[in-house]
Write a protein that binds this ligand. Structure first.
Ligand SMILES: [Zn+2]
Length: 324
């Protein structure tokens, strides 16, 4: 859903609220005939205001004051009548889902919070960023779990600090022609956490992000191949601004998945669309499993981040155990 669909949806809900209120008013007028005159008079108040503004400019303020007190008097009389008949005073006023913008979607010239919120939750769900991933942010990524000596001259902490900063900058400066990223390293070193954090920031900037495991992407291609699904479900993998493939190498690999992955990757590279891939495989294993072509595409065209350290999930688990 894009912002215009979100606004349209708001305004549909506004229209429905107004229509429901009008139906209630009609019901009230059928039951309480005195309301006819009051409602007519109330309606003519707005006409009077317009007339005053057009014709009686000299005494505009005094005239408006007069009209306003007439309006208040009518509203009070109406409220009293409703109460007499056992209805709450706001019985037939429109019930908008968002009291801030009365379901117009706008506050002044800006989008109301409710539109942004709807857009976000909808984008999160349709992007594949489920609940489990939504709480993985840059703010709650902890570097304290990286305390090993590391390799290549950098300690784990130093290496991961560089990677962390790099990911954060990437997310903040993302454009649809940003670089691709290849995240390599063992299980539990934060690849999923940081790629989910990137996804969240890029989504919030309004880009179209798809986050999925390699397995689930291949499952979709299989479903299309066997006619179980229409081609539409795989279009998003090609068209999205940022594709994030989590855990490449954990999937059940066949000649078909290799061909699909190779074609998808190639398509995105040729069209300069960034892809973030995380994998536990070593570069040698990528070459062995996916072949020379994917290997050279992946390593040659991406920013390579080598995650180092000790499995953070295991460390957190043993922390919890010693707490209790
Ligand atoms: Zn609103």
């Amino acid at each position: 859903m894009d912002i215009y669909e979100a606004i349209q949806r708001k305004q549909d809900s506004r229209f429905a609220a107004i229509k429901a209120a009008e139906e209630k008013s009609e019901k009230l007028r059928a039951e309480i005939p005195e309301l006819f005159d009051i409602d007519n008079a109330l309606q003519s108040v707005s006409m009077k205001i317009m007339n005053a503004a057009l014709t009686d400019k000299a005494h505009l303020e005094a005239r408006l004051e007069e009209i306003k007190s007439e309006n208040d008097r009518l509203l009070l009389k109406r409220a009293a009548l409703l109460e007499q008949h056992g209805y709450p005073v706001d019985y037939d006023s429109p019930k908008f889902a968002c009291p801030l913008c009365a379901d117009t979607g706008y506050i002044g010239l800006h989008f109301c919070e409710c539109v942004k919120k709807e857009l976000n939750t909808d984008l999160y769900t349709s992007s594949g960023l489920g609940k489990a991933l939504l709480d993985k942010t840059f703010e709650n990524f902890s570097l304290k779990y990286y305390s090993g000596k590391g390799d290549g001259g950098l300690s784990d902490r130093e290496n991961m600090t560089i990677i962390y900063n790099c990911c954060k900058r990437y997310a903040q400066r993302f454009t649809p022609s940003s670089e691709s990223i290849l995240m390599i390293g063992g299980t539990g070193l934060g690849k999923t956490h940081l790629s989910a954090a990137i996804a969240k920031v890029v989504l919030e900037k309004g880009y179209y992000v798809i986050y999925d495991s390699a397995q689930s992407i291949f499952d979709d291609y299989e479903s299309v191949r066997f006619g179980k699904e229409s081609k539409d479900i795989i279009k998003k993998y090609e068209n999205c601004d940022l594709l994030i493939v989590d855990d490449l190498g954990a999937e059940c690999m066949t000649q078909y998945t290799v061909a699909v992955f190779s074609a998808l990757l190639n398509w995105r590279i040729v069209n300069s669309k960034p892809t973030i891939i995380s994998t536990n495989l070593t570069p040698q294993q990528i070459k062995k499993n996916y072949g020379e072509r994917v290997y050279s595409r992946l390593l040659g065209e991406s920013l390579i981040m080598k995650f180092t350290g000790q499995d953070v999930r295991l460390q957190k688990l043993s922390e919890k155990k010693s707490d209790t």
